[in-house]
Design a protein around this ligand. Structure first.
Ligand code: PLP
Length: 403
């Protein structure tokens, strides 16, 4: 039999996972991993939240739990907890049943379920920021939705290009979907201000656009869970029907447990019931129902005041370290008089800095200095420590000067 895969050619490796593997294979003692968006301690170690470890033990010892299937839309307590966290505890949308929520397989799972739902029941073009997290483009491609870029990032100011974004969206076809990063935009670290969010909301209202938010970094932009939810809460308050894909991978450090949620805000609870029934078919045909452990952990954090407080304290430590690394790197570059302006390192927020380094400079950092980052110049700030920051600044100085 002739082999049935003869028409296939080698597909490119995933850029981010590719960098992760190259870093692991590098035997140098001085290597620095600025590729993956996962938190590292100042000792360059992965971090498991203490509150997560504690709850894991509690779950293992809980004889009331079993391995029966969860509902298609996941754990009810988890879903309620997610709504309160993102929309605010007392948001009237929750009480009135206007938010449909399903527990999903991380943020990626929520995006995929959400866009499958869009493809089947809403259609329309999907506007995505240029640039965006590369998996957005890939997911939309696989879902079969048409993508249109909106400008978003201005390489000159290394900031948000609000006027170009508004111009572009104001010409969008009525009923289009707009994918918006709630905070800590990946890869640029550049977010709209509160005033700019209101302008975006105005255009969305005027053009009848449907906001599809991606929230993968709540807590990482401002360091405050409440402040980082501004865009979603404001759009909700303005009466938008909208979709949100949420990830707990970063803010609970639950990367491999695959914990996320999809929210759909509808006009009323009768429509919510109809939307949920259709959403359940999307999920049932993709993976049937979600796994339990991660959802149980997150749910106990969200629904227990004591655990919630402990989580917020630990999250503050995590986000605080990343914020400190921004200042540290900026100071080191200034100290070495590295050519160019590096103010954007402290101006940008969240996990990543969009450094402005060229792909060639990034290649040199990797090949000559064992520093791993995306060729777009995106640097994961969590990979920087008080010990490697001067080595990093010196390497940046060399590649920038040798241009
Ligand atoms: N959305 C954005 C912007 C992200 O950066 C990520 C993860 O890197 C995700 C979604 C998905 O996260 P998860 O690992 O939970 O699938």
């Amino acid at each position: 039999q002739q082999h049935i895969f003869s028409h296939l050619t080698q597909a490119p490796p995933d850029q981010i996972f590719g960098i992760m593997n190259a870093y692991k294979a590098d035997t140098s003692d001085n290597k620095i991993d600025l590729g993956v968006g996962a938190y590292r301690t100042d000792e360059e170690k992965p971090y498991v939240f203490d509150v997560v470890k504690k709850i894991e033990q509690e779950i293992i010892n809980d004889n009331t739990l079993n391995k029966e299937y969860l509902p298609i839309e996941g754990l009810p307590d988890f879903n309620k907890g997610c709504q309160m966290l993102l929309f605010g505890k007392d948001n009237p949308l929750i009480e009135s049943g206007r938010i449909v929520t399903a527990q999903c397989l991380g943020g990626t799972g929520a995006l995929r379920v959400g866009f499958d739902f869009v493809k089947r029941h809403l259609a329309g073009d999907v506007y995505v920021s240029n640039p965006t997290w590369s998996n957005h483009n890939q997911i939309l491609d696989r879902t079969g939705l048409n993508q249109v870029n909106y400008p978003y990032y201005d390489p000159n100011t290394k900031g948000f290009n609000c006027s170009a974004t508004l111009d572009c969206l104001s010409q969008a076809k009525q009923g289009s979907i707009v994918l918006l990063h709630v905070c800590a935009h990946n890869p640029t670290g550049v977010d709209p201000t509160e005033t700019e969010w209101l302008q975006i909301a105005d255009v969305c209202k005027a053009r009848n656009l449907i906001p599809f938010f991606d929230c993968a970094y709540q807590g990482f932009a401002s360091g405050c869970i409440e402040k980082d939810a501004f865009a979603v809460r404001k759009f909700a308050e303005l009466g938008f029907q909208m979709i949100v894909a949420y990830s707990f991978s970063k803010n609970m450090g639950l990367y491999n447990e695959r914990v996320g949620a999809l929210h759909i805000v509808t006009p009323n609870k009768e429509i919510s019931a109809i939307v949920l029934s259709n959403l359940k078919i999307v999920i049932r045909t993709l993976y049937s129902c979600p796994p339990a452990i991660g959802g149980r952990i997150a749910s106990r954090i969200l629904c227990n005041e004591k655990y919630f407080k402990e989580w917020i304290e630990e999250l503050n430590t995590v986000t605080g370290r990343i914020i400190r690394m921004r200042t540290l790197l900026k100071n080191e570059l200034d100290k070495l008089n590295v050519q160019g302006n590096w103010d954007h390192i402290t101006r940008q927020t969240g996990f990543f800095t969009f450094t402005g380094l060229t792909p060639e400079q990034c290649d040199k950092l990797t090949q000559e200095h064992h520093i791993y980052l995306l060729r777009s110049g995106r640097m994961s700030m969590a990979g920087i420590t008080s010990k490697n920051v001067s080595q990093l600044a010196e390497a940046i100085k060399i590649v920038v000067q040798n241009e």
